[in-house]
Design a protein around this ligand. Structure first.
Ligand code: RIB
Length: 295
């Protein structure tokens, strides 16, 4: 069984701010850092750092060659990362004193994927292989349909949420990993406590992991509910915490570990991610996760 992540690669421009800039305001920033990121790339980095063999498919522009070096460093298979003319995807991220962020996303080469490219990549995968998706590339409905026809196991992190995502046939998704806001947007449920059951009403065969911020996370499927708490740490930057959680959770599931264990190690890994700045580089390797004492 192989694991493919068809997803975004973004150059993140990260600005340290006192507070998030308001409409009409000009705000001085105290620092600017550039990191490799993108929800897709971060999740591949988390899978690879957890020890999984992951293939990343996606597109970079003229300015994205560092991604190939990082793939080599982290152990991500990069055969299906295509170089195109033009700009890579990029973001402008504000990180405030509490480590919270705001993200402006420019799709760039993440949004010029063609059906031909999708077909070419997916022709290398078969029934039972895992496909991990987020919503920062174009053609998501097409990718889901083709992968489903092949019998691939589809994992979706429906982020960022938009109408394009809601136009996908989400009944073809086997695993959803999402936060409360995304859960509320998909179900229309405003009572947060009811989101897991509403998701199961809509997608009865799905396996769902809902992250709940300071309240941890919860796994639900039609047979069981498993809660997971958080590990308390000093937060520096929350960027890529959700991606770390997704990558680690899926790495454990594909290697046959229990759901409880997958939730626990995913929570630990994402707790470490928030203690340092940046996206992909802030994601810990398995060794560090297993050797950190959490209180
Ligand atoms: O989830 C964090 C990621 O979201 C960042 O790396 C940024 O690129 C945006 O895609």
């Amino acid at each position: 069984m192989k694991v493919l992540n068809f997803g975004s690669l973004n150059v993140d421009y990260v600005y340290t701010v006192d507070h998030m800039v308001q409409g009409g305001e000009t705000l001085n920033t105290s620092k600017m850092d550039i990191f490799l990121g993108g929800k897709g790339f971060n999740q591949s980095a988390a899978l690879a750092k957890a020890g999984a063999a992951v293939y990343h498919a996606g597109q970079i522009g003229d300015d994205g060659l560092n991604f190939l070096e990082a793939c080599q460093e982290y152990g991500i298979h990069s055969d299906y990362i295509r170089k195109c003319i033009g700009k890579s995807g990029h973001t402008i991220i504000q990180v405030d004193k509490k480590g919270q962020n705001c993200i402006l996303l420019y799709g760039g080469s993440n949004r010029t994927i063609t059906e031909e490219f999708v077909n070419e990549v997916l022709s290398n995968f078969e029934e039972g292989d895992f496909l991990i998706l987020q919503n920062e590339i174009n053609l998501l409905p097409y990718i889901i349909d083709v992968a489903y026809k092949k019998g691939m196991v589809i994992v979706l992190n429906p982020s960022p949420m938009d109408d394009n995502l809601l136009s996908c046939d989400l009944s073809k998704v086997s695993y959803f990993l999402l936060n409360e806001i995304e859960g509320a947007q998909i179900t229309g449920e405003t009572d947060l406590a009811k989101i897991p059951e509403k998701l199961l009403d809509l997608y009865p065969d799905a396996k769902i992991v809902l992250t709940l911020g300071h309240n941890g996370s919860v796994y639900v499927d039609k047979c069981q509910t498993i809660p997971q708490g958080i590990y308390k740490v000093e937060t520096v930057d929350t960027t890529a915490a959700g991606d770390t959680f997704t990558g680690y959770f899926i790495s454990e599931i594909i290697s046959g570990k229990s759901i409880s264990y997958a939730l626990e190690i995913a929570a630990k890994a994402s707790a470490i991610t928030v203690t340092r700045k940046g996206a992909a580089p802030s994601i810990p390797y398995r060794n560090e996760v297993e050797n950190t004492n959490f209180f």
